[in-house]
Write a protein that binds this ligand. Sequence first.
Ligand SMILES: [Zn+2]
Length: 87
Amino acid sequence: MTQINPDCCPELAEKLSAFIDEELPLEVKQTIEVHLVNCTDCEETLKVELFIKQRLSQTSVEISAPHELVIRLREEISTWQIEQDLS
Ligand SMILES: [Zn+2]
């Protein structure tokens, strides 16, 4: 059994953008991949990051997401913005 320490989640969340962009050392990347398998929270965060990245890279393409998902994404994005403003 892999023990996941929830304390590492904020640290990993910060690395997800770089993870998506393949900017991390292989060792760090593998650590995140293992964590994502075991941690639903970070997996969700990764999905949002991917969604944002897709939106940014395909602005001309209309993306239809389920309404519920869009609301959740907006909430998560606004939470991040608040956190960034505070830091
Ligand atoms: Zn996590």
